[in-house]
Design a protein around this ligand. Structure first.
Ligand SMILES: Nc1ncnc2c1ncn2[C@@H]1O[C@H](COP(=O)(O)OP(=O)(O)O)[C@@H](O)[C@H]1O
Ligand SMILES: CCCC(=O)OP(=O)(O)O
Length: 370
């Protein structure tokens, strides 16, 4: 019996872009990355307010390509800030939609992935899924201890791309299974996360969303705690304004007014010293975090993988490599394989190789992140 062919629409809303892909089985037939101006995104009060804008952006792109959505078999979106869960493919259900809409575990563009996938799928009467959401939690208990009783470190990172790229590099560069290697994966997009992958489990990673790790195009990363507390109680800024300085208006946006690394490189070429200093500081902080990851692995690091949009920047990658290549081999895999990974997770379910998981808010860890 011949295997049925599936048409899957994959949606990946990121903090600076929306990525769309139409696949027939594992073959991409259309892929597009729509980059959003910081000024456009700032017009929206909250992430959830971007729903209509992002959905219309997606539908218009499909329309421009003459893609007939009625032929789809499933829609899959990048999963958002749900409660901490194990990796895998989840069907979208009402509890998930409620957590994503309420931003129960926080607010990030990927919350819109499941919501928009569900909206499109509902109208076509086909299933909607999410795969390896940003809250996949495999962290070692010792890594969860923050040092501040009552505040636990959280696993919030580019789980989908980190795992997909690590699997690909394991085979292509090492001819080995992901589960047999110790890797440090550095995803550098709107947010930056550095995951310590020990034999297929991400045992430590910075919370890439709000307040840990290197600064990024639009996030502050770790900031001096005492100074932050003083700013919070100075009466000069509201809670919302402070949060925006941490996520959205931190990092490159805070120092240079843009989240676009290509623009920063242009300024550096033109002799802008402040741009040069800030850009170098970002590579310095990333390298430092890689060093910390190597200690988690007691120095037994098979490879360091640099991925995400910023990994296209040649001088950026060079600066990081020069600081960390004594630890292990550095492999660059620019961009991401998130659309492909979303589709592969969906196909495993459609082809009945795996059952989709059921997201249940009840019984899951429900510590509030606000
Ligand atoms: N060719 C390039 N050279 C340097 N930086 C790039 C390049 N292409 C994209 N970037 C930068 O990568 C960042 C976005 O990465 P991406 O992984 O697409 O983010 P997200 O998925 O979070 O929206 C932006 O700062 C963008 O300017
Ligand atoms: C929330 C962690 C994932 C993340 O930061 O994604 P983007 O880089 O797409 O914003």
């Amino acid at each position: 019996m011949t295997k049925p062919e599936y048409r899957v629409l994959a949606l990946n809303p990121g903090s600076t872009s929306t990525k769309i892909g139409l696949f027939i089985d594992t073959q991409p037939v259309f892929e597009e990355t729509i980059r959003h101006d910081q000024s456009k995104l700032e017009m929206f009060e909250s992430i959830i307010d971007q729903f209509e804008f992002r959905k219309t952006t997606i539908l218009e792109a499909l329309d421009r390509e003459g893609i007939n959505v009625s032929k789809l078999n499933a829609v899959v979106g990048r999963g958002g800030l749900l409660r901490p869960i194990e990796g895998g493919t989840y069907h979208v259900n009402s509890e998930m939609i409620q957590d994503l809409k309420e931003g129960y575990f926080g607010s990030h563009a990927s919350n819109l992935g499941g919501i928009i996938a569900n909206e499109i799928a509902d109208q076509l009467n086909i299933p909607a899924y999410i795969v390896d959401p940003v809250v996949v939690d495999e962290m070692h208990p010792v890594a969860k201890i923050s040092g501040f009783s009552g505040i636990e470190r959280k696993s919030i990172f580019h789980a989908l791309n980190q795992k997909a790229v690590a699997r690909k590099v394991a085979i292509e560069e090492f001819g080995a299974d992901y589960e047999s290697l110790s890797l440090i994966v550095v995803h550098m997009g709107g947010g930056i996360t550095i995951g310590v992958h020990d034999k297929g489990k991400v045992i430590d990673v910075n919370n890439g969303l709000n307040g840990e790790g290197p600064f990024s195009p639009e996030r502050a990363g770790t900031v001096p705690a005492g100074d932050l507390v003083s700013m919070c109680f100075s009466g000069e800024l509201s809670e919302d304004e402070i949060m925006k300085k941490i996520v959205g208006q931190g990092g490159l946006v805070g120092y240079l007014g843009t989240n676009d690394a290509v623009e920063v490189e242009r300024r550096i070429e033109a002799g802008d010293e402040q741009a040069r200093l800030v850009y170098e500081a970002m590579t310095y902080q990333i390298a430092k975090e890689v060093g910390a990851g190597s200690v988690v692995l007691s120095g037994n690091v098979d490879g360091i993988i640099l991925t995400g949009g910023l990994a296209y920047g040649k001088s950026f990658v060079k600066q990081i490599s020069e600081r960390v290549n004594w630890i292990s081999k550095v492999i660059t895999s620019p961009g991401e394989d998130e659309l492909q990974a979303l589709v592969e997770g969906t196909l495993r379910v459609l082809n009945e190789e795996e059952e989709s998981k059921n997201y249940q808010a009840q019984g899951l860890k429900t510590e509030l992140v606000r």
